[in-house]
Design a protein around this ligand. Structure first.
Ligand code: AMP
Length: 234
């Protein structure tokens, strides 16, 4: 049973029969679509981490989010699961040429890790994932973009490169995720990020994750996020 629900809570607690958290998986209580829950179960996750508990409902609703969390807290699933849920909404199957979700990450390693997580959590839905990063030849990345991706994970430098060559259609982006924003600042990516954001549709969902909130990140967050839900884990 879940650690999140005290078993012997006070007399006005909800009876087990209509408990909002089914015993099968506490993840089911979020209302995530079945194929997403299957992937979570296949990974052996039974209990959402604190950042997941706090973030998933907001992201599912399409809200902007400011997340204070480090890698290792389960933050990738905190945004990937609800975004996969949203992207597989049968009422939202509009045609698109470019990615619907754009994730920006500071390093190649993190970008690859995030894309791998989307593939794992998205293995029972039919979406395509792509990664764009520097230091390798761009041919395969351009080919992937031509085939079409639903989720694009990128490091800012190479993405700007390909954008300037007209290879990255960003007009269909519905959600922007900035991951490890403080490290992007350290690596000099704030200006590139601003130039990328300038090319995105104005109406979109924005999620910003950062382990720390130095002033330039707080400023960036204030400029990008609209009425964000704020979640924080130690
Ligand atoms: P992250 O902070 O996203 O890099 O995730 C850290 C690690 O925790 C990854 O190896 C995930 O597979 C794992 N993880 C994420 N969420 C859960 C969960 N709810 N239960 C167990 N493991 C998880």
């Amino acid at each position: 049973s879940s650690a999140l629900i005290p078993h012997n809570a006070s007399s006005n607690s909800i009876p087990d029969s209509i408990s909002p958290l089914p015993h099968a998986s506490a993840f089911a209580a979020f209302g995530l679509r079945a194929p997403v829950l299957r992937a979570v179960a296949a990974e052996g996750y039974t209990t959402p981490t604190p950042i997941q508990v706090q973030a998933i409902p907001h992201v599912m609703q399409g809200r902007d989010l400011l997340g204070c969390a480090q890698t290792g807290t389960g933050k990738t699933a905190a945004f990937a699961l609800p975004l996969l849920h949203r992207m597989t909404d049968p009422a939202q199957t509009k045609r698109h040429v470019g990615p619907r979700v754009l994730v920006l990450a500071p390093t190649r390693e993190l970008a690859v890790q995030i894309a791998d997580s989307f593939r794992v959590y998205g293995k029972y839905v039919s979406l395509n994932y792509g990664v764009i990063l520097g230091g390798v030849s761009q041919g395969a990345q351009v080919a992937t973009l031509r085939r079409g991706v639903d989720v694009l994970v990128a490091t800012p430098g190479r993405l700007l490169d390909l954008m300037s060559q007209g290879c990255v259609p960003l007009g269909d982006v519905e959600t922007l995720v900035l991951d490890e924003a403080d490290r992007m600042l350290d690596m000099g990516f704030i200006d590139p990020i601003r130039r990328i954001i300038a090319k995105l549709p104005a109406k979109r969902q924005n999620l910003l994750f950062s382990a720390t909130m130095p002033a330039p990140i707080a400023t960036l967050a204030g400029q990008i996020l609209r009425d964000p839900a704020k979640v924080s884990v130690a």
